[in-house]
Design a protein around this ligand. Sequence first.
Ligand code: URP
Ligand code: ZN
Ligand code: ZN
Length: 479
Amino acid sequence: MNYDIVIKGGTVVTATDQFPADIGIADGKIQAIAKQLEGTRQIDASGLLVMPGGVDTHCHIEQLRADGTTDEDSFITASTSALAGGTTTAITFSAQFKGRPIGPSLAEYHRRARSAMIDYSFHQIITDATDAVIQEEIPALVASGVRSLKVFMTYDPLNVDDRGLLRILAAARRTGALVTVHCENYEAIRWRTEALLAAGHTAPKYHAWARPEVVEREAVFRAIALAELVDQPIQIFHVSCTEVAEEIARAQARGVKVWAETCPQYLTLTEDDMDRPGLEGAKFMCSPAPRKKGAIEGLWQQIRRGTLDVVSSDHSGFSFGTAQGKGIAGGADNFRDIANGVPGVAARLPLMFSEGVAKGRIDACQFVRLTAYNPARLFGLTNKGRIAPGADADLVLWDPSKKVTLTNALMQHDIDYTPYEGMEVTGWPVMTILRGQIAMQDDKVVAEPGSGRFIPRGPYDLIKPTGRLPNDFDASAFA
Ligand code: URP
Ligand code: ZN
Ligand code: ZN
């Protein structure tokens, strides 16, 4: 057979194996993985690794805020950044605001996302578990292919209380959706924040003091307990340290369907980064907060144990110097008023490859599992994250020995900084291919706005409930 494109002479890395082979592509799909394939167009991959395009299942893109503004990266700039870093698929967020219905806002996200240049899906943030949301809106959005819900246990005005969380878990169980959770104790953070500000502790470094590890661990314990009560599978977002991961490992060991992600910021940044002069530390403020240096090796150990099986970026576009961004230019001068979140969709794969594979903490197959295969499998992106006949031809050609010093310009986002400025990485994407089309080559993104596609996600077995319920009573059938 003559393929449209053949990727020739590279080392193919899948979730389980690494071997020399060519890849034959036709109609945007992988058709063959073998030696000596011929195609209309040949791409020389000698000396390169050929891996699945990155799948980043936690990206905030053009997310609307209650005041009508959005995260600064648009679908075009965030896609550009994703492709620059080797990522071809993202799950981004549609936010509900309290007192407002979901339908019109989800339609608005679909409209905005039409300019995307990567493939995408949505997590629906539920902030208001009203009867209409639980009984009508969640079933409708899951039927439309938005098969994951996001709950915040903290943050005004997004946080949901325990009763709301139980109702959302029950609705997800009935409709066959996965629930993702931001776990931090809302009241504990409020209480400590007020005390810190009263004591005159306003600098960015006190962001970490307001939400120490125990605040995250308590919420993770509670989220898992409530999910267990409902028998509803969940994923814990952005785990920052070992003591939290151990809480998850205990639940996994007793058979609870709980998965967990961490992010490159927790594997590279520390609370010392927030202690830079003036308000500079705001560039590293995210929630949960980066921890002490020692937390990093602990997280790698939890990755190797499999407790943490996804690494996402939690990409959040807040510039340092704009009023719309971190808020400093608009007058925010204490940690409570500075927006949380760091940009990272482009840096995710280079940081994970460099800190993980190049430093010998994980192998290349584990890298593929963490950054592409596992996230695709967990969220029902059935054609993504794999190099196999029939899968979408989403690939990244990777130079494993290229050394690059990270700069904001290389991130190609619309944010005025990167928290990773000046870090040297080993390993860099030289070409990104989306459904058989070259989307990035040698740092130049060539994809057209609108070339990305929405991926509706249907039902899949992995996220089915276990059937184990306290007293064998399924309360979710009634409440
Ligand atoms: O600080 C963070 N992580 N910002 C993004 C929103 C979230 O909590 O995921
Ligand atoms: Zn979060
Ligand atoms: Zn997030």
